[in-house]
Structures are given as C-alpha cells and as structure tokens.
Design a protein around this ligand. Structure first.
Ligand code: ARG
Length: 705
C-alpha cells in the first residue's frame, strides 16, 4: 500500500476511509480512543527498543524472540541453557523477573506545537529558538508527569515543525514466560536475517505485573499480581490470503525519509563502509572466541546478535542505494524543489536558502564525519572503553574540590549495578583483541589532526603498535577485575582513576571529541536545523496532494496495507506465505543456523500440526504484508480487519533495505511470523497449552478484505 507510519490520533481524519476500502471493519474509535478501551491499549513499548501486545486479560505479552533475546540469555547458563533449549513457565511462580526491563503503556498523546512554538517567528535567532523549545518541552513534560506518576516527553516531528507530547505508565515488573529454542526463534540466523522467504519462529512471551490495585511498580515486587490490561487482542486461527487487510501498531524507532541527497551520499560512501568494516572486524574476533568456548559463546550471544543485525543492515542499505539509485532520485527531487522555489518570491523568502545551506553543511560535516563514526563504532565498540565511560560522573565529582561526600558515595553506588552487568558477560582477553584491532583502525583511518592525544603515546612509546599498547592497558587497568574494581570503589580517589590506563585512554578519546570534534559539528548545527526545518516545510507546501507521515521517532504509530507477494528482481517473484515444508528444505544438522529441534522434525514429518494447519493441511510459518515498518516495530501485532491478531512483525526484506531512507512501494515488505506457527510452537512443540488456553482464540471464517 502506501508509505506511512501514522499517528493514531489522526487516523480517523487522514486514513480511515482508505482503511475501510482495504477491508477494515472496525470503527475509528475502536482503533484509537482516549476515553474508552481501544486497540492502542493492547500495544506497549518494550524496554524502549521493541513492541509487545497483550494477548490475555492477565497481562500476557507477545513480542519477538530477538526482543527477548537478552533476557532469555541472562537466565541461561551452559548447564541450564534456556536460549538453546527453550522454556515455558508451567505456572506463574516459574515466570522469571528481569531487572531493568520495563514496558510503557500510552495514556495519551497531544499536539503541543502551539505551546512549544509560542511567540517564535522565522526571525527568532536559531540559538534562542532552540533554547526556548528545549525549555518548553521540558516544562510540558514535567507537568504531565504528575509527580512521577507518569513518564512523559515531548518529541519533535517534521524536523521541528510540529511537537507532540506522549504520556505513559511505566511498568517495571516484566517477567519472562517463555520462548522457543533459539533454533526456532532465530532459525536461519544471520544468513536469513533481513531476507524473505523466512522460516523463523521469532516470538517470546512475557507477563506484565502490577500492584494489587493494578498500578505500575518501578521494579520486581514479589507480591505483585498480573496486570489487567484495558484491552487485549483476540487471536485468529483463520490465516491470511493475498490482498487481505493488515495493520501494524507499534513503536518504529527511526527513519530519515527527508534526508537530502548530500546526507544520503555521505552515508553511502563514508559512514556505512566504515561501520561495515569496523563491525566486520569486531564480529570476526568475537566469533573466534565464541567458537572456541561454549561458555563464552553464551556470554557474547546477545551482543553478537545485535551488532551483526545492523552490520548486515548497513551492507544491505548500501547495496540497495546503489541498485535503486537512491541518491540520484533524491537529487532529481531537489532539482524540482529548487525550480518550484525559483518560481515564486514568497517561496524564496520562506525556503529559499534551505538546500544551499544543507549542501554547504554536509561538505563541512564530511571532514569530521569519520571521527564521529569511529568514536561510536571503534572506541566505544570496545567494551572496556564503554565501561570506563560510566566512570565519568564519578570522575567529575572527584575533580571538584567542593563536591560533597554524599554525592561521591551516590556516584560510586550507582556504578555497582552497571559493573555487575558488565562483568556478567565480559571476557577481557576477547575484548583486548578487539581493542587492539578497533583502536588500531581508529589510529590508521581517522585524520591525524583529529586524533586523541593518547595516540601520540602509542606512537612514541609503543612504536605505533596498538597491540603493544593493548598489552599495557589490559595488563594494568583495574577495570577488568571485579575484585580490583570493588577495591577502587571502596575508596575512590582522583589519582587512582586518572592513573588507570583504560580510563586514561577513554578520557583522552572523549575529551578529544568534546573539545576538538564536537565544536566543529555544533558550528553547523544551528544552520542545519533551520535549513532542515525549512526544507521539510517546503516539501509539504509544494506537494499538497501528498499527505506526508512523520519520520519514525519511537512513538506509537499505525501502518496499514495488505497481505502482498512481490517481484524481487527481474524474473524473480515471491509468494506471500511460507510453510513448514520450507523448514524441512532448509534443515541442515551440520550448520548451527539451520538446525531444527528433533521434536519439531518429528512433528513436521508426521504433519502433526493440531488445530494450527491451514486448509491445505500445511503448517503456516511466516507471511508478508506491505505495511510500512522499521526497527522498533519488532514484536508489533499484525491485526486483521476485525481487530484480531494474525501475526507478529519481525523483519524487513533485502530488496528494500533502503526503506528507512526512501520508501519503495513495489519492493518494501514487512515480514511477520504467522500467529498459527507461534501457537504451534507454544502448544505442540513447547507443551504449554495452558498459555494458549489463556488467550482468546477465535476462528470465525474467512478474513475480511
Ligand atoms: N532484522 C531484524 C530486525 O532488526 C532482527 C532479526 C533478528 N534475527 C537475527 N537472525 N539476527 O528487526
């Protein structure tokens, strides 16, 4: 269908008629209503990075396996390996708490553009505008928090042309209920990732807990009871056909559909190649050690998966940009934009300098962009550097002669949990290799004039060998040993911290960035914000026939479309549904990515699918729709025209990896695990029928649409 991650509050006005035409049978109020229970109340943001949905009146939540991955890993040991073997709680007492994990449930959203921009005119100096906007965003959010009862924030839309406030309840007691074995939940591994056709059972289950009066608690409380959601989704066994209506509710993270050609070009020829190279290096080193040691393999499983996920994303994005001529297309749009402006002096006044300003600033940015990428992907791609950076608040207190004891004590206490987290999954010998390699690339690839001072030490005292320097850092830091770290935290002093080689290195990199790089980037920031804002406003004014949807920014959105096959490239067409047959075709006992659990093999071969087969007696596994989604939508409910759950969105397809930058309606698809495969994995494979029984399962005849 169409591009668009729509704000639910505008669906009635902007999209409803079109949705009905495509097969929606619900009223607009059943989708989004601030006063009565509506679909939006069944959808939550999970941990700030994924989406989940309620499927029972007892707070039972479905999301993706890759969203629950870190939690599942954290409950796993080589002896009791939930990641490898899967796990379903037999009853509520077996459900597992996850410190730090929370869900946000939307209470309301509100257009606050008028309040944020009050009195601001095109003549207001940009710095002043930015300060006012920031201050008002904070004031509005603070008031909406009602003394900590709610989580609230104001986000900017359309590059600062509009502002919306979001108010949530945050539930900090979220327990793991179940997950299939990794060989189901991540079947196909990195080979199949970002690709269709897919055969992955990418789901896991959690339960949200609340106090006895159904209120959120900030963390696990033993006495808490299952949360009763305002709304949960019925689950449909009916399945899908080509052309069926489908909508996806969720929290897409970030798109940059208004990125100008110069920005695309920089991504294509500088940022992405650097990211790919640095991640490639890191992943290979991790994998060497993971292959050699099962305990280490488990420790690094979640880190590896998340770095590998975007490593492949960047590769696909660049391939796609070349194949689809994304930069050229954008340039052509910009030529039209310039012509439209030139035709009218009023337009020149409003948007006239936007594109020139943008292009000039990208030229300047290009000089410093690698420093930016290497800071994130090389320096802070090394675990010890990231951990050392957590000492910065303590460091600034130790440096301050007027800092009081209590503040220092608090900063020290605040480090206990991150330290425990860090050491739980840390291998210093592995990280040392990564440090030597990534910092080595930083040293050779980033312009000398932009490098941190510490690299002079590497040059002078270590003959330019980052490997030798790594020996020194890892041989002398107190940050690779819990005992040594605790000794430091028991009596922290400035001298000890400043003498630590890991801290010293991190601090040099960080200071260099703050003092030398960031000011260069900031210098263009003001013109850039103004120019982007004008450019986006100009585009919307120019193309009045097109209703633009705002870029994703981790706020609740709805996208709608249909179940739809596609033509991937010349002579290649893809069907919309996969089945268990494809699992048997891909099965390969000698390749860890394509192992199928013995029990599943038996079920598949004997076609023992229970009530989860389709009308041809096959086991449906995954399907595609043309919903517009991105990262953060992972785990989102795919809902049919009657408001029933038919699947969980979990990926995008290879042919449209440029989707976050430019939308291609013919190629872009949303990959979903079929809810019937989810239930098959819970019930037939996992032996946890009680969890299916907890849901409202419906089977009402053919799908509308
Ligand atoms: N590409 C998916 C996303 O970003 C994640 C898939 C996880 N699976 C995997 N094999 N890494 O939403």
């Amino acid at each position: 269908a169409d591009e668009g991650m729509w704000l639910p509050m505008y669906v009635k006005r902007l999209n409803y008629v079109d949705m009905q035409k495509k097969g929606l049978q619900l009223t607009a109020e059943e989708i989004y209503d601030i006063n009565n229970a509506s679909l939006k109340d069944a959808v939550v943001q999970l941990g700030g990075f994924c989406t989940g949905e309620f499927v029972s009146g007892q707070g039972l939540l479905l999301t993706n396996h890759h969203c629950g991955y870190d939690a599942i890993q954290s409950h796993s040991t080589p002896e009791k390996n939930l990641l490898a073997d899967g796990f379903f709680a037999a009853n509520k007492s077996e459900e597992k708490p996850n410190p730090g994990l929370f869900v946000d449930i939307l209470v309301r959203m509100e257009d606050v553009t008028g309040q944020v921009l009050e009195g601001i005119t095109p003549q207001t100096p940009e710095q002043e505008r930015a300060a006012l906007v920031q201050q008002r965003q904070k004031q509005l959010a603070d008031a909406a928090k009602e003394n900590g009862q709610y989580v609230a924030y104001v986000r900017d839309f359309f590059a600062g042309n509009e502002y919306y406030m979001f108010v949530y309840q945050r539930f900090g007691d979220v327990r793991l209920v179940g997950a299939p074995p990794e060989s189901v939940g991540k079947f196909g591994g990195d080979t199949d990732n970002w690709m269709w056709p897919r055969h992955t059972g990418d789901f896991s289950m959690f339960r949200v807990y609340a106090s006895k009066d159904n209120k959120p608690t900030t963390s696990y409380v033993a006495d808490n009871v299952p949360y009763v959601p305002k709304k949960h989704l019925p689950v449909s066994l009916q399945g899908v056909s080509e052309g069926d209506f489908a909508m996806v509710f969720g929290f897409p993270g970030r798109t940059q559909r208004f990125l100008p050609a110069a920005g695309l070009q920089l991504t294509l020829d500088q940022s992405n190649p650097a990211r790919i190279k640095l991640r490639d290096t890191r992943l290979k080193l991790w994998k060497e050690d993971m292959d050699a040691d099962p305990a280490l393999r488990l420790k690094y499983a979640s880190k590896y998966a998340s770095i590998a996920n975007y490593w492949k994303y960047f590769i696909g994005q660049n391939e796609g940009m070349k194949r689809l001529k994304t930069v050229d297309k954008k340039k052509a749009e910009e030529v039209q934009f310039a012509q439209w402006i030139a035709a009218d002096p009023a337009r020149q006044q409003l948007y006239g300098s936007a594109l020139q300003d943008i292009n000039q600033n990208y030229a300047a940015l290009r000089e410093f962009n690698l420093s930016n990428v290497y800071l994130n992907e090389a320096a802070f791609g090394t675990e010890i550097m990231t951990f050392a950076a957590r000492m910065l608040p303590l460091y600034s207190l130790l440096k301050d002669p007027n800092a009081d004891k209590a503040a220092i004590q608090k900063a020290t206490a605040d480090l206990k949990e991150p330290a425990a987290e860090f050491f739980k999954d840390y291998s210093a010998p592995t990280d040392k290799k990564v440090f030597a390699a990534l910092m080595g690339l930083y040293y050779t690839d980033v312009p000398k004039a932009q490098q941190p001072e510490v690299f002079q030490t590497v040059a002078k005292q270590y003959g330019g060998s980052m490997k030798k320097y790594a020996d020194y850092v890892f041989g002398n830091t107190f940050m690779t040993s819990p005992t040594k770290l605790n000794a430091f935290l028991a009596a922290p002093t400035l001298a000890k911290l400043e003498a630590d080689p890991a801290f010293k290195t991190m601090n040099s990199v960080y200071t260099n960035y703050v003092q030398k790089i960031s000011p260069q980037l900031q210098a263009s920031q003001a013109t850039m914000s103004r120019a982007n804002r004008q450019y986006v406003a100009g585009l919307r004014a120019k193309n009045t026939d097109k209703v633009y949807s705002p870029d994703a920014n981790s706020t609740l959105r709805l996208s709608y479309g249909t179940v739809r096959s596609y033509e991937g490239r010349d002579a290649v067409s893809y069907d919309y549904q996969t089945t268990g047959q494809g699992i048997l075709e891909k099965e390969d006992a000698s390749n860890p990515e394509f192992v199928v659990p013995a029990k599943e093999l038996t079920l598949l071969k004997s076609k023992d699918f229970g009530p989860y087969a389709n009308k041809n007696g096959q086991l449906p596994v995954a399907f595609i729709t043309d919903n517009d989604i991105t990262g953060g939508n992972s785990g989102s409910p795919v809902i049919n025209g009657r408001g029933e759950l038919i699947g969980l969105a979990f990926d995008g397809n290879w042919e449209a990896m440029t989707g976050d930058l430019a939308y291609d309606p013919d190629l872009k698809r949303c990959i979903n695990v079929d809810i019937r495969y989810v239930l098959f994995c819970v019930d037939k494979l996992g032996g946890a029928k009680h969890l299916v029984d907890e849901m409202t399962v419906v089977n009402k005849g053919p799908n509308p649409g």
